[in-house]
Write a protein that binds this ligand. Structure first.
Ligand SMILES: *[C@@H]1O[C@H](CO)[C@@H](O)[C@H](O)[C@H]1NC(C)=O
Ligand SMILES: *[C@@H]1O[C@H](CO)[C@@H](O)[C@H](O)[C@H]1NC(C)=O
Ligand SMILES: *[C@@H]1O[C@H](CO)[C@@H](O)[C@H](O)[C@H]1NC(C)=O
Ligand SMILES: *[C@@H]1O[C@H](CO)[C@@H](O)[C@H](O)[C@H]1NC(C)=O
Ligand SMILES: *[C@@H]1O[C@H](CO)[C@@H](O)[C@H](O)[C@H]1NC(C)=O
Ligand SMILES: *[C@@H]1O[C@H](CO)[C@@H](O)[C@H](O)[C@H]1NC(C)=O
Length: 505
């Protein structure tokens, strides 16, 4: 039953946040408020919001930080639930862009800037102290402390406003937002009843350096493939492995069993922008090493690579100079991480990284930062005992969060928590074939329709999801299902674009 508030918005008082000092609280009623569309974060505008808009500012003893937490409380028709929303890239939150859709659905909602601002593309404004040392307070806020604080602030203001605690509390985020949800599951296991972690940026200290690997290989091979050549390799893998699942739809269901080797394509002539290009050994080697992931000098894997068929235009990206020369163009997450947190020099040139320095950077990142931002602790026993439910999902063609790292995490949790079935009691993973990072980028596969709703049903009705319906977003609206790992959607005959033609096996 919809509930309405018990006190006036302006009468909210500063919440008590253990470990923090609240500096100020400002609350304003807003009627018929709108959040404009802001791609890629918010694709359509959110209108007609009636909210109590609260801004809380807080700090921590000994840290020179000022964290801004925004809470939006529906003035009418609160659904009795609370939802904390996550950030992306180097931003811990997106304020209005996630708060808008969340309150529109009746939730009280919270978002934080973790005291590091809202620039998702660079930590340049906060990573280093004036003396050039790393700002560990800011990194800790970004990594996990702000997740605790925002949840306490949001829940406490919800209780004050409606005179009752939220019946259920949820986390919702993708990428950095997914990682923040996992920080909650690992460090603050009683904050949320349900956590939706999309493409979680866990294993941060390792995978972010691994994202630099394709650029390092290009520099060492002195070869910089064009977007057209890269697309050729993704398409070649799809051509070879598409029909292994019995359905010709341009989607590889099980990329782990796709044995396409880029070196097979050496010597093939393709057409790019009207010119004939012969695939060279160097170009094929770059793609092979990108799919393989970085290796140590003994040939042992340091981290995972991309899946066969995944797009390559983010990590193997290049820039074409006016004179036609191509150079490497590293993805911003790895480029900025290496500059600010590893080299501690904004002018550090990541082009100069060779196979030896790559190794040094990889282990430096792991040694110095894994305990802060790794967010890969497999011990979820406290979260489980608290009764929490974790729904994790990710695209198998994600080019930013290597799917292998997510599967490795799930397997480590299984080993620690007593196997597959016991883990499934509280943690389910859904892997979406052909889907790129957080269902954006170059997504050709079916996107899970509503994983958050599946989580709510699980938490509130005990309805553990075995599969999530999914839709191919290309105008055909073809249906698929995404199965709870390790099960895989299997075609059983009939119209290949109907969900009923698949089963989880
Ligand atoms: C609400 O705002 C919209 C613009 O976002 C406006 O078109 C509409 O007239 C407003 N409605 C009311 C009742 O003020
Ligand atoms: C709250 O409002 C006061 C007065 O308008 C302003 O000085 C202060 O910066 C605001 N605080 C926050 C956290 O927005
Ligand atoms: C092609 O590259 C591979 C490494 O990917 C190397 O082992 C092989 O020697 C190269 N072949 C030629 C003909 O250069
Ligand atoms: C690749 O780099 C170009 C600039 O050279 C940029 O415009 C483009 O957005 C990049 N592509 C991706 C997928 O990041
Ligand atoms: C093309 O331009 C780049 C950057 O301006 C320069 O480094 C490179 O030497 C030029 N290449 C040729 C072939 O002129
Ligand atoms: C796990 O659950 C499945 C389905 O409920 C069941 O068939 C299987 O025997 C269980 N495995 C173990 C090891 O208990």
């Amino acid at each position: 039953m919809p509930m309405s508030h018990q006190i006036d918005c302006s009468h909210l008082s500063a919440p008590h946040v253990p470990g923090a000092t609240v500096l100020s609280i400002n609350a304003t009623e807003r009627w018929n408020y709108s959040v404009p569309a802001t791609p890629p974060f918010l694709l359509s505008p959110v209108q007609n919001l009636n909210i109590c808009d609260v801004t809380v500012s807080l700090t921590h003893a000994g840290a020179e930080n000022q964290v801004t937490v925004k809470v939006w409380l529906p003035l009418q028709d609160w659904n009795g639930r609370f939802q904390a929303t996550g950030g992306s890239g180097y931003a811990a939150g997106e304020f209005d862009l996630t708060l808008g859709p969340t309150v529109k659905n009746g939730y009280s909602a919270v978002s934080t800037d973790a005291g590091v601002g809202l620039n998702a593309l660079s930590p340049g404004s906060w990573a280093l102290n004036t003396d050039g040392s790393v700002n560990f307070d800011a990194l800790i806020d970004f990594s996990y402390r702000s997740v605790h604080d925002m949840a306490i602030v949001g829940k406490e203001l919800t209780r004050q406003f409606y005179g009752t605690k939220p019946k259920y509390s949820y986390w919702n985020g993708c990428s950095t937002g997914g990682r923040q949800g996992m920080a909650a599951a690992q460090r603050y296991p009683d904050l949320f009843d349900g956590i939706l972690a999309g493409a979680p940026a866990i294993n941060w200290a390792k995978y972010v350096v691994a994202e630099q690997w394709p650029q390092t290989v290009m520099q060492q091979e002195l070869t910089f493939p064009s977007t057209c050549e890269l697309k050729f390799f993704s398409d070649a893998a799809i051509k070879e492995c598409d029909e292994m699942d019995g359905v010709k739809d341009g989607i590889i269901t099980d990329p782990e069993n796709c044995l396409y080797d880029p070196l097979e394509s050496v010597g093939q002539v393709i057409e790019c922008e009207g010119q004939k290009i012969t695939i060279t050994n160097s170009t094929a080697t770059i793609v092979k090493k990108t799919l393989q992931g970085p290796l140590d000098p003994y040939g042992r894997p340091l981290w995972y690579g991309l899946n066969a068929g995944a797009p390559l235009d983010n990590l193997v990206n290049t820039t074409t100079e006016i004179n036609g020369t191509r150079t490497g163009n590293p993805f911003f997450v790895n480029d900025q991480w290496i500059k600010y947190f590893l080299a501690r020099d904004p002018d550090y040139n990541t082009e100069q990284i060779n196979y030896n320095t790559f190794l040094d950077l990889f282990w430096q990142s792991y040694t110095e930062y894994d305990s802060i931002i790794g967010t890969d602790d497999a011990d979820l026993s406290s979260f489980h005992h608290h009764g929490g439910k974790l729904l994790m999902w990710q695209g198998l063609s994600d080019q930013l969060i290597f799917p292998g790292g997510t599967i490795d995490y799930r397997n480590r949790v299984e080993r620690l928590m007593g196997g597959e079935n016991r883990t499934n009691d509280f943690f389910r993973l859904f892997l979406a074939p052909g889907v790129d990072h957080c269902a954006a980028g170059t997504t050709i596969g079916a996107i899970p329709n509503d994983p958050f709703e599946a989580l709510v049903d699980w938490v509130e009705q005990g309805d553990a999801p075995n599969m999530i319906p999914a839709t191919i977003n290309d105008g055909t609206q073809a249906e698929r299902i995404i199965c709870s790992y390790p099960q895989v959607a299997t075609y059983i005959g009939g119209n290949a674009d109907c969900a009923a033609s698949y089963t989880c096996a």
